[in-house]
Design a binder for this molecule. Structure first.
Ligand code: ATP
Ligand code: MG
Ligand code: MG
Ligand code: MG
Length: 567
């Protein structure tokens, strides 16, 4: 690709409406543009990355024995009535009508459609198991689309569905798909964890999510430092000891952590919600400003009997408030004087930060407590049950090691659905005994477009993207100095360009009349892993420079040895 014939669309400035780094960089690197809330156009550099993800996913699905099909985005409502999801799915399901006033939906997922297909095509156990997948656009009318393609309304998903004569067979395919997912995320160079997941509204029994670890992740996951045990926070909480639940019901402790963001920051970003049944609040923090701040935040329309502030070592501090007036007096503050926090703000918002409990010391934070958060957006207001579920440092439920908590981006989700859909849609086959039997089913999703954002969250620096070669929009860049004046430079640049094309290397040849600084900045921003820099002075020495994006190192390479060096 020649830059003059390409749509580079890079920008210098960080767009102000993009909160997380992948969203900022995807805009700056000219990968996506917003059309409307949750709707994005993929520009050529973005599409290149998306297609690279897609390719890896497709290859591994084929390898796992899944067969590619393509189902319509628009689905008749009848099928959704059959499974009962027309009513259950809620406003995330976009419902539309055709000219005959017949109801349809824009597919948020395809269990109904694939089951409709299979019940018509498959009649005998001999045709099972069957594993079908597609890579296709989904639509979900997300309550809060955000972070660019991380949580968009229209997005690209790989969804696979397997059909079996019994659960034993389903379990085998589930394992094959689990392994395929691990290979996919390994090949994409992501740092990820499979975690035990709640089966939620889709139904079924066993389920795992695959999370890319990143600070900007919306989910909180716990995992053990002594084994492979990992779970999403809801599940982990269900396994937590009973007495901790009882203890948390009446008394709430907000506990500071030395390494997390300050409470103030969290409150500012996400709001702070505390269950109404909590009557006593204990704020633990060594920093008095934080104690006061949290105390203020939770007053509002809460009916707490008591707020106490304590140091982390448990020693009560003099801050004991009875009324808001007293708090104000104690801190000498007017509304709004505590940075962005305003006393008049509603203190409970729907998507929440939830908190704490008096769990023991964490193994990896040396005898200090922590401040825990529950990011699950699918919960409305957190209940007490949601508030006491963070168990960093607790023994792992699997008996090996201790739990730690990290934030994750859900990039994949697999389910053993069992008979739920096949039963309601009457999808049956004949067994070897000649009897009819409801099929049992698995489903397997990957957020293809979300992976692009997640990969950038993990692979960037201050200059731009630093995606692994398998994902970067271009594998090789060519920057000629003085291209339009030096015949020698032009000739060599063109030679390299042709050679790269012949070798099927994704190459970007910057043939613009731009200053070198601009060309370097663009190559770094879109994260081209290797850039060949050609100038008269180096040609005199019989070399060119090759710059490696990941290490930042530059090497002089003999003119004829460049491609060997890259290989
Ligand atoms: P989330 O919890 O993030 O809302 P989900 O659990 O609703 O995701 P699934 O129904 O499990 O999503 O869909 C399979 C995969 O599709 C998810 O693991 C995720 O990677 C991706 N995905 C889901 N919703 C979105 C979205 N709004 N934008 C981009 N990708 C998404
Ligand atoms: Mg969702
Ligand atoms: Mg989820
Ligand atoms: Mg999910």
């Amino acid at each position: 690709m020649r830059s003059t014939q390409y749509l580079l669309s890079t920008m210098k400035e960080t767009p102000s409406d993009a909160e997380i780094v992948s969203h900022q960089l995807m805009l700056r690197a000219g990968m996506i543009r917003k059309l409307a809330s949750g709707l994005y156009t993929w520009l050529p550099s973005g599409l290149r990355v998306l297609q690279k993800v897609e390719r890896v996913v497709r290859e591994e699905m084929n390898r796992a024995g899944s067969i590619e099909i393509s189902m319509p985005v628009v689905q008749p409502a009848d099928l959704w009535h059959e499974t009962g999801r027309w009513d259950k799915f809620g406003p995330e399901l976009l419902r539309i009508q055709d000219r005959h006033e017949r109801d349809f939906v824009l597919g948020p997922t395809h269990e109904e459609v694939v089951t409709e297909l299979v019940r018509k095509e498959i009649s005998s156990y001999k045709q099972l198991p069957l594993n079908l997948f597609q890579i296709q656009t989904k639509f979900r009318d997300e309550v809060r689309p955000r972070f660019g393609v991380m949580r968009s309304r229209e997005f690209l998903m790989k969804d696979a569905y397997s059909f079996h004569i019994d659960d034993e067979c389903l379990e085998k395919t589930y394992q094959v798909m689990f392994d395929a997912y691990c290979r996919i995320f390994d090949r994409l160079g992501l740092e990820y964890r499979p975690v035990i997941a709640d089966t939620g509204s889709i139904g079924g029994s066993t389920s795992h999510e695959f999370h890319v670890l990143a600070e900007s992740g919306e989910d909180a996951i716990v995992f053990s430092d002594g084994s492979d045990y990992a779970a999403n926070i809801e599940k982990a909480e269900a396994l937590a000891p009973q007495q901790e639940r009882a203890a948390a019901a009446q008394t709430l402790e907000l506990v500071d952590t030395p390494n997390a963001k300050t409470i103030a920051e969290l409150v500012e970003q996400h709001g702070l919600a505390i269950d109404k049944t909590v009557k006593t609040l204990i704020v633990k923090a060594d920093d008095e400003a934080q104690q006061r701040l949290v105390a203020l935040m939770v007053r509002g329309d809460h009916e707490l009997n008591e707020i106490k502030a304590e140091k982390l070592d448990g020693v009560a501090s003099p801050l004991e408030f009875a009324s808001e007036e007293e708090i104000r007096e104690a801190i000498g503050a007017a509304p709004g004087s505590l940075g962005p926090i305003n006393l008049d703000l509603p203190l409970i918002i729907d998507r929440s930060v939830a908190v704490m409990s008096d769990f023991g010391a964490g193994a990896n934070i040396d005898d200090k407590h922590y401040f825990g958060i529950n990011w699950d957006r699918d919960l409305a207001l957190p209940t007490v049950a949601d508030l006491r579920n963070v168990v960093e440092g607790d023994p792992s439920p699997c008996g090996k090691g201790h739990l730690s908590i990290k934030r994750g981006i859900e990039v994949g989700h697999i389910f053993q659905l069992g008979e739920v859909y096949a039963q309601s849609m009457n999808a049956k086959v004949l067994t070897d005994q000649g009897k009819t039997k409801v099929m049992t089913m698995g489903c397997y999703g990957i957020g293809v477009s979300r992976i692009v954002a997640a990969a950038i969250e993990q692979n960037h620096d201050e200059y731009g993207l630093k995606l692994p070669k398998a994902l970067s929009p271009f594998a090789l860049g060519i920057i000629p100095m003085n291209l339009h004046k030096s015949h020698r430079v032009a000739q060599l640049a063109d030679k390299y360009y042709q050679q790269a094309l012949e070798q099927n290397i994704d190459v970007l040849f910057d043939d613009r009349k731009e200053r070198p600084g601009v060309m370097f900045a663009d190559m770094e921003l879109i994260g081209v892993p290797y850039v060949i820099i050609i100038g008269d002075r180096s040609i005199d020495k019989g070399v060119v420079e090759v710059k490696h994006r990941a290490s930042g190192e530059k090497h002089e390479i003999a003119i004829d040895a460049v491609f060997e060096h890259l290989a």
